[in-house]
Design a protein around this ligand. Structure first.
Ligand SMILES: Nc1ncnc2c1ncn2[C@@H]1O[C@H](COP(=O)(O)OP(=O)(O)OP(=O)(O)O)[C@@H](O)[C@H]1O
Ligand SMILES: [Mg+2]
Length: 464
């Protein structure tokens, strides 16, 4: 099999100098903990640490080569590629691989549901050829070039997630990705801290449309108040087609029937004058909306939507984004955990509460602060009170300073508990859980809600 990168190819892509060659690598890692034998270790300079310090470890652990900016970081004769700047070097690999691939490329951005879309679309494409998709949530200035540089030569499809905190970031990423199909999942106040308003977010997400390949497609959320703005921005890209998805009457991929339960939904959609029906094993209206976007991507790629409809049933939630885990309490009872611990913003918080509302049993909402919301943060937390009430939550376990403000807003029908941190909240929650409870755990990554998921899954509650 052709190696992922040979020294010659990597040198051509980066303008770097080969040392200890000829070598070739089968994978790429920027963290020695994720390095496989024979991989290229890229020594990036992080906020806290410089990857060059880990070069000897990487080589000792079997790196096939290292990409460095300092020749003195590499022992004499060891396999290396020496460049002036390792991030630029990684971007060089990314751009080179993108320009040489025959794969059809899907780029995904949006305020929520990017990773879920990436994983779902990869599942839908599986029957049509080799699919390469970004790992985890690798969507930033290093995650995107890393994902591109990892794309195998024989990939038929590449599916990439593009994220941002500031205007201009998606523009830089999409210049590397150059998608044939760009999907914008939804626009909502996330990372609002860096924007004057939601329109600023919509405009920043729309940067993904600027580098759609000629003849390619923009897949846009029809129900978003920003749809028309996105569609008009799309028109500035020559040769782009737009396709919309959603519930609105004029949507190109339109919802015509939906029956949801606590485990998922039966969906009927119409597109291009035909009807497709499928079962989605992801609960919640937002996932029904999302699935229309995934179908629109398949249609935009010119693939068989009936085959995709069948494959919908194989889609499962991504870790920390709605995975259900049944836990056994020390007392012997059972609790259903809805693990949404990966991240949160107001839109995804409401979506998760909507899923909680569908669950049988005593509903417990365990919520941590939503971060990066800027000056409106308190109001956005307080505004969740009706959603918690409508979810039928009997108890709310809240942590963090912003969630304290939500605690003050909840009606007395909800038993409210608050702790400064997730670790302290875990202790309160553990003492209260009963057989038959359904527990939703959600908060921003920085609120460390994973501590609660892990804590419940181990001592005191048994395994999953
Ligand atoms: N259309 C949607 N509207 C609201 N919430 C959604 C939507 N789609 C997914 N979510 C929720 O958003 C959360 C994050 O999902 P996911 O990780 O797929 O998003 P992401 O955009 O990749 O996030 P990140 O910016 O952190 O990478 C999950 O809780 C998921 O249920
Ligand atoms: Mg993500």
């Amino acid at each position: 099999m052709k190696p992922l990168w040979t020294a010659e190819e990597a040198a051509e892509a980066t303008g770097g100098t080969i040392q200890g060659g000829p070598w070739s690598v089968g994978g790429i890692a920027i963290d020695t903990r994720e390095l496989g034998r024979g991989d290229l270790f890229v020594a990036l300079a992080g906020e806290h640490r410089d990857g060059h310090a880990f070069v000897p470890d990487a080589l000792a652990e079997g790196a096939g080569a290292v990409l460095v900016a300092r020749a003195d970081a590499v022992p004499y004769g060891q396999p290396a590629l020496i460049v002036t700047d390792t991030l630029r070097g990684l971007e060089g690999l990314a751009t080179y691989r993108r320009l040489s691939t025959k794969a059809r490329i899907v780029g995904i951005t949006g305020s929520a549901g990017k990773t879920t879309a990436k994983s779902a679309i990869a599942t839908l494409l599986q029957g049509s050829g080799l699919v390469h998709a970004s790992a985890k949530s690798h969507n930033n200035h290093w995650g995107v070039p890393l994902s591109l540089a990892r794309m195998p030569h024989d990939a038929a499809f590449g599916v990439f997630e593009l994220g941002m905190n500031h205007a201009g970031e998606i523009r830089a990423l999409v210049s590397q990705v150059r998608p044939h199909v760009a999907l914008i999942t939804t626009i909502a106040p996330a990372h609002l801290g860096h924007f004057a308003n939601e329109e600023g977010i919509a405009r920043a997400k729309a940067e993904i449309l600027e580098k759609v390949e000629p003849g390619g497609s923009a897949v846009l959320p029809a129900d978003s108040p920003w749809h028309d703005l996105l569609a008009s921005l799309a028109r500035s890209t020559p040769g782009i087609r737009t396709l919309s998805f959603g519930r609105a009457a004029g949507a190109d991929v339109r919802l015509v029937g939906e029956e949801g339960d606590h485990l998922g939904s039966d969906v009927i959609a119409e597109l291009a004058g035909r009807t497709v029906a499928y079962r989605l094993h992801l609960p919640g209206r937002h996932q029904v909306d999302n699935s229309l976007g995934w179908l629109a991507v398949i249609h935009a790629l010119g693939l068989d939507v009936d085959q995709a409809a069948q494959a919908m049933a194989a889609i499962r939630p991504v870790d920390g984004r709605g995975v259900r885990r049944e836990l056994t309490l020390a007392s012997g009872g059972r609790v259903m955990l809805l693990d949404e611990s990966y991240n949160a913003n107001p839109a995804s918080m409401r979506a998760a509460l909507d899923v909680l509302a569908r669950q049988p049993g005593r509903r417990v909402a365990v919520l941590g602060d939503m971060l990066e919301l800027g000056a409106g943060s308190v109001a956005l937390h307080e505004a969740l009170a009706p959603a918690v009430e409508e979810a039928g939550a009997e108890a709310a376990y809240l942590c963090g300073p912003a969630m304290a403000r939500l605690a003050d807003r909840l009606p007395c029908a909800v038993a409210v508990h608050h702790a400064p941190s997730s670790t302290e909240l875990l202790q309160l929650l553990r003492a209260d859980l009963k057989d038959g409870d359904v527990v939703l755990v959600k908060g921003s990554l920085g609120s460390r809600m994973r501590v609660i998921v892990d804590g419940l899954a181990t001592a005191g509650t048994g395994g999953s």
